[in-house]
Design a protein around this ligand. Structure first.
Ligand code: NAD
Length: 434
């Protein structure tokens, strides 16, 4: 006889554990299956450790810039191994927090597979539920070129205790650039090879171009339009650009060319369809082609972000989060952030951070904030930013965009404290409505 639950969740990443805890808080009997550590990619191999390393990199950059304030400081030592161990301690603490969140959930450790009839198998035990949620995430995509297996992926890179002297990163997307930013701060000579004509191909092009300039100023060599053809035994990366073959010598190659879904066994037999890239097909309720079985997070390929996974879980629990307005942040130094309704035919306006008192006073003048708005109504449709605390700026604009606030109201009615970076939002809108 199967063990019965109201809800079974497979995968304890942010999508899985938040949804499981949320369902239990609503009084449902919940089982959560996990084959590894609680927290998934985000906590163990993604967002959290990289943010710890990014914070350490920020300290190094701050010391380097201290003389701008008349403060003479010398960087004596930047111990990457220490930063890495600090990340482990932070991850351990957060994992404890996740375990506490799951106190009313039955967590079953082991490899889970799905079966028809909303059944889940872990070891020899068969479980059955009214609803099953697959939240099994994704893994790094391999590099398809001669010697591609010589490149390490982000999982391997994050486990390093020392950084190489020369690092070549294949892929100028979010992962590649976040690692480039950290490694360069610790003194590694970094080259980024990006296939497309600009880094961050899914971001606002002006923000991406500026990021390339800013990272270039920090000594990171970014080559766009580069097609990697081979990684040689000595880690020399061969690529072609504008029809010419070039090579970059390195001690290590990091592959950051996207991620692939991790799909549990049994999906085909259970009637769960995959798309041509291997992601699980879902409808707007996150339900798969098998009735009562849902897929949330990276595994459905809709939006590979932790907060998107959690929000999709809330959809399965009957809530209506704003899935049309998911913010995205790149934690480089400086940060990039964006939130957009994706509306066509909009106008835009931008303002440099240097126009803001707080930014100038604090030595944070590098950056811009950009607003998109509808020409007739003036309703804001997007906010993009690059610069210090860009993620917080964009977060401040998000509810205003969702509620259709117009640029006049943003500049005249909303009162932001002075002097704060948030004033950049009213400043840029004032420029439009004047
Ligand atoms: P990505 O899709 O963001 O970027 C991959 C980049 O590699 C692209 O720019 C692509 O053009 C380039 N590329 C692909 N093949 C290439 C090749 N052969 N040679 C050179 N360039 C090549 O993928 P990612 O950076 O690996 O990140 C994976 C996912 O994880 C993304 O969806 C990302 O949003 C998510 N993520 C988010 C965050 C965050 O929110 N801060 C952090 C890390 C990862």
């Amino acid at each position: 006889m199967p063990v019965k639950y109201d809800l079974i969740v497979i995968g304890a990443g942010p999508g899985g554990y938040e949804t499981a805890a949320g369902a239990a808080a609503r009084g449902l009997r919940v089982m959560l299956a996990e084959r590894d550590a609680l927290g998934g990619t985000c906590l163990n191999r993604g967002c959290i450790p990289t943010k710890c390393l990014c914070a350490a990199a920020g300290k190094i950059i701050e010391i380097a810039g201290a003389s701008d304030f008349g403060v003479e400081a010398m960087l004596e030592k930047a111990d990457y191994g220490f930063a890495r161990r600090r990340a482990t301690a932070v991850m351990d603490e957060l994992r404890g927090g996740v375990a506490d969140m799951l106190k009313d959930v039955d967590v079953v450790y082991g490899e889970a597979s799905v079966a028809a009839g909303r059944r889940v198998l872990v070891g020899d035990t068969v479980y059955e539920a009214d609803k099953v949620i697959i939240a099994t995430g994704s893994k790094p995509a391999p590099l398809k070129c001669a010697g591609g297996e010589r490149a390490v992926d982000s999982d391997v890179f994050l486990a390093l205790d020392t950084l190489p002297e020369r690092l070549t990163i294949v892929g100028g997307g979010v992962i590649g650039l976040e690692f480039a930013s950290v490694a360069a701060a610790f003194g590694t000579e970094v080259t980024v090879l990006e296939y497309c004509s600009e880094i961050l191909p899914n971001f606002d092009p002006e923000i991406a171009r500026r990021l390339r300039t800013y990272l270039g100023r920090r000594g990171i060599d970014i080559v766009v339009g580069a097609e990697v053809t081979e990684i040689k035994e000595d880690n020399t990366v061969v690529y072609s650009r504008k029809g010419k073959e070039k090579a970059v010598e390195s001690d290590m190659v990091l592959c950051a060319v996207g991620r692939r879904p991790v799909v549990p066994a049994g999906c085909a037999e259970a009637g769960i369809e995959l798309d041509r890239r291997g992601f699980i097909v879902t409808d707007d309720n996150m339900e798969t082609t098998a009735s009562g079985i849902y897929a949330i997070g990276d595994v459905n390929g809709r939006c590979l972000l932790a907060h998107a996974a959690s929000a999709q879980g809330r959809v399965v629990l009957g809530m209506k989060p704003w899935l049309d307005l998911i913010p995205s942040v790149v934690f480089t130094i400086p940060e990039c952030a964006s939130v957009s309704l994706g509306t066509a035919g909009t106008l835009s306006a931008k303002l440099p951070y240097g126009a803001n008192g707080k930014a100038l006073a604090s030595g944070m003048a590098e950056g811009i904030v950009k607003i998109e708005y509808q020409p007739e109504s003036g309703a804001m449709t997007a906010c993009h930013a690059i610069g210090a605390h860009a993620s917080d700026l964009v977060a401040a604009a998000l509810p205003a965009i969702k509620t259709g606030m117009d640029v006049r109201s943003m500049s005249e009615d909303v009162i932001y404290a002075h002097p704060t970076l948030s004033e950049l939002l009213s400043q840029v809108c004032a420029q439009i409505s004047s």
